[in-house]
Design a protein around this ligand. Structure first.
Ligand SMILES: *[C@@H]1O[C@H](CO)[C@@H](O)[C@H](O)[C@H]1NC(C)=O
Ligand SMILES: *[C@@H]1O[C@H](CO)[C@@H](O)[C@H](O)[C@H]1NC(C)=O
Length: 284
């Protein structure tokens, strides 16, 4: 069966997307670059606080170290850094006790006089992105040159440029320069493709065994239902698989005999079409 591997992949992806979306990492102020001695705060916005989410980071000096004992000040699933230095530059992420991880972000701390403020999280295709080139001390709206992949893309008279309706082609390494002050470190801007609009699941396809969770907030309720669905999907897929395997085994034997003599009948084609429809329903 050729479809099996695709279905397996789908199942794995749906389970993964469920577990990785349980915490969202937020950074305040939201910027990819900071000046030395700035303050910043990171937090894991979690769905299930009992999972014990903590902040971890990789820098050039350390690997997977945790907020609190090793760096920063930990408070629950948040972490504050009141005085950052260039060696705090690195990759930061949330990790649960079970080892589930959030998306990760890159933070660069500059020891220089100029930084580029760019989105720290991937930007959705079609959105506008504003880049701000800043000096450490006011005035912070000096004319700045902006570079993408090393070539000049434009000058912002007040230190800003806006990229309208970003596409995958806008992804890359950006930096900026303020004459007489200096150049910013580079930062990577990534663009995520707009999720393709899939047919909404029909109410008939909803598993009737999913009971609404006790009494959570509406948003949480939606999340839980989505999560249940996503977890439930592999079971539905495997059930469909089992049923189709069960159905195909006898007809398959029959087919191998009849193929020699007659082309497949309409009935058999219809059966295959049915099967395709079933699998398509569960792709999202
Ligand atoms: C952190 O570093 C370890 C070891 O080099 C690596 O396996 C891991 O993928 C890194 N994590 C992130 C989020 O980059
Ligand atoms: C972090 O930086 C590295 C190297 O510049 C890049 O490959 C990676 O995609 C970045 N990660 C994020 C989440 O921006």
């Amino acid at each position: 069966m050729e479809g099996t591997s695709v279905q397996m992949l789908l199942a794995v992806v749906s389970v993964l997307s469920c577990t990785t979306d349980q915490a969202r990492l937020t950074l305040r102020p939201s910027s990819s670059q900071f000046f030395k001695r700035d303050f910043l705060s990171l937090s894991c916005e979690e769905d299930d606080s009992s999972a014990g989410w903590t902040l971890r980071r990789n820098t050039t000096r350390e690997t997977r170290t945790q907020c609190g004992p090793d760096w920063g000040t930990s408070a629950g699933s948040s972490c504050t850094m009141s005085y950052i230095f260039p060696w705090d530059s690195g990759v930061y992420w949330c990790e649960s006790r079970e080892g589930a991880t959030s998306q990760s972000i890159n933070i660069t701390v500059s020891g220089g006089a100029v930084i580029l403020q760019s989105p720290v999280l991937p930007v959705m295709e079609g959105h506008d992105v504003t880049l701000h080139c800043k000096t450490k001390r006011p005035p912070s709206d000096l004319p700045a040159d902006f570079y993408k992949q090393g070539s000049l893309m434009g000058t912002g008279p007040t230190g800003h440029v806006t990229i309208l309706h970003v596409s995958k082609a806008d992804e890359g390494v950006y930096r900026c320069n303020i004459r007489g002050h200096g150049e910013s470190p580079p930062s990577w801007i990534s663009v995520t493709e707009k999720p393709t609009t899939t047919a909404p699941p029909t109410t008939a396809a909803l598993p009737t065994t999913v009971a609404p969770p006790p009494d959570p907030a509406p948003l949480q309720q939606v999340f839980t239902v989505v999560c249940y669905l996503v977890v439930f999907c592999p079971y539905v897929i495997s059930t469909v698989l089992m049923v189709s395997l069960y159905r195909h085994t006898p007809t398959g034997n029959h087919l191998s005999v009849s193929m020699v003599m007659t082309p497949p009948t309409h009935a058999e084609q219809a059966l295959d079409d049915d099967h395709d429809d079933v699998t398509r329903e569960h792709q999202f």
